[in-house]
Design a protein around this ligand. Structure first.
Ligand code: NAP
Ligand code: HSE
Length: 431
């Protein structure tokens, strides 16, 4: 069975997809029964040298021409960004053409609207590659686990930052050195802001939470902190305590509502996510029936991402050729998304303090005034350069933050060196 496709974008993922479609054409056809014919490929600069040779007339710099081409039955959007990708995807769906996209920024920003356009048109909109590249996670969440209660999803969903954190943990590298290395190896973009600020992970966390809990979570509701202010000192202290610092996406569904956040996190060394190294991604799903599931693999790169895109193309093509009207993978229900202030978190703090009698009492007093209970406290250094390290019990963020303000106003606290959230009950140092 033949299907004509149009591909918006011929960059890292587009190049890998086209190579796969050309080099593995025979085996794809044998395995799937489909003959996937690339009818059009849209790029910005038609004169650029390309890594894969295409038939004359296939390349265009007019993406809407591609969407409207009657030979294009299915559209693959791998150009990235919200604009014009969003309008092109919407136009393709309205024209009754299935769409496959790898664009997490677009799905996080306009996913709800695009899924509803797809539903009205009765065609699939698939985005397996949008979260954690080559790891199958969208389909498991929205289909395989559709009937299950999901309580929590924890994810390492940005390869660049996980690579940087691994270098800091294992080699004692400084943040800037590890980032430069990630750029040299091609993991981080020339402008790595979206990766290191946590924005890329936040878009992915919003998509994971929406699918896991069946309530749409806009990405601006995701509390986000990146790794750009992380200090090698805290990475070392975490290791000494048997923890590892990861940029974690945390989505929770409690009786009070849904919370989604991305921030550096102390992860216990025996947690399955602690051993996820380098640019690898992983998603850990918790629920009462299946208990714990771990999905791990390559989260970025042309070939792994193209493999997820191709899987969606095969799926969408089969639906298209079957001629049936397609129901959306998920129907979103209204739900309460919590303000981060009310979310319960455990904190690790590093304070640079004056070392004299009564300092600890003043610090403890601030926590006590804000009804925050301290789990552990210990000191590194003495005399002029004392460092106090504290781990709190779990309390609402609003109370933890009020304590932080109080600490900053103490004359004996010279600097709050770090505040990092902790997964689990938190370390107790073996003094
Ligand atoms: P990329 O290398 O920057 O390639 C983008 C392609 O789109 C280029 O071919 C570019 O044309 C074309 N393009 C951009 N804007 C266009 C416009 N207005 N009109 C026509 N063509 C346009 O991007 P990528 O890394 O392949 O990523 C593509 C998508 O996959 C993004 O949504 C990204 O988030 C997602 N993704 C990427 C990865 C990864 O590892 N790279 C992993 C998971 C998901 P020119 O070639 O002429 O510049
Ligand atoms: N820049 C992303 C990462 C890959 O480092 O994981 C695309 O999602």
């Amino acid at each position: 069975m033949r299907v004509g496709i149009g591909i918006l974008g011929f960059g890292t993922v587009g190049g890998a997809l086209l190579r796969k479609l050309i080099e593995e054409n025979a085996s794809i056809s044998t395995k799937t029964g489909l003959e996937i014919e690339v009818e059009k490929v849209a790029v910005r600069d038609i004169g650029k040298l390309r890594s894969v040779a295409l038939r004359d007339g296939v390349l265009t710099d007019d993406p809407m021409e591609l969407v409207n081409d009657p030979a294009v039955q299915l559209v693959v959007e791998i150009m990235g960004g919200e604009d014009p990708a969003g309008d092109l995807v919407a136009a393709a769906l309205r024209a009754g053409k299935p769409v496959v996209t790898a664009n997490k920024a677009l799905i996080a920003a306009r996913g709800k609207e695009l899924i509803s356009i797809a539903e009205e048109a009765g065609v699939p909109l698939l985005f397996e590659a949008a979260v954690a590249g080559g790891i199958p996670i969208i389909r498991p969440l929205s289909e395989t686990l559709a009937g299950e209660q999901i309580d929590r999803v924890l994810g390492i969903v940005n390869g660049t930052t996980n690579y940087i954190l691994t270098k800091m943990t294992e080699d004692g590298a400084e943040y800037k050195t590890a980032l430069a290395e990630a750029q040299e190896l091609g993991y981080a973009e020339a402008d790595p802001t979206a990766d290191v600020s946590g924005a890329d992970a936040a878009a992915k966390a919003a998509i994971l939470a929406s699918l896991a809990f069946g309530t749409w979570v806009a990405s601006d509701r995701v509390y986000t902190e990146g790794i750009d202010r992380l200090d090698a000192t805290d990475v070392r202290i975490a290791s000494e305590l048997g923890y590892v610092i990861k940029l974690l996406a945390v989505a929770e569904n409690t009786q009070d509502g849904i919370s989604v956040r991305v921030h550096p996190t102390f992860v216990p060394g025996d947690h399955p996510l602690a051993v996820i190294r380098g640019a690898t991604n992983a998603v850990f799903v918790e629920g009462p029936s299946f208990h714990e599931l771990l999905f791990a693999g390559p989260g970025a790169g042309g070939a792994p991402t193209a493999s997820a895109v191709l899987g969606d193309v095969v799926d969408a093509a089969r639906e298209l050729l079957a001629g049936a009207e397609v129901a959306p993978p998920i129907r979103f229900q209204p739900g309460r998304v919590l303000e981060f202030d009310s979310v319960v978190t455990t904190w690790y703090l590093r304070l640079e303090v004056v070392d004299r009698p009564g300092v600890l009492a003043q610090v403890a007093g601030v926590f006590g005034d804000n009804e925050v209970s301290i789990k552990s406290v210990w000191q590194e250094g003495e005399d002029d350069g004392a460092t106090l390290l504290l781990v709190t019990h779990g309390h609402a963020e609003s109370r933890q933050r009020a304590s932080l303000e109080g600490l900053r106003s103490l004359e004996v606290v010279r600097d709050v060196g770090a505040v990092i959230r902790v997964e689990g009950a938190g370390p107790t140092p073996n003094l």
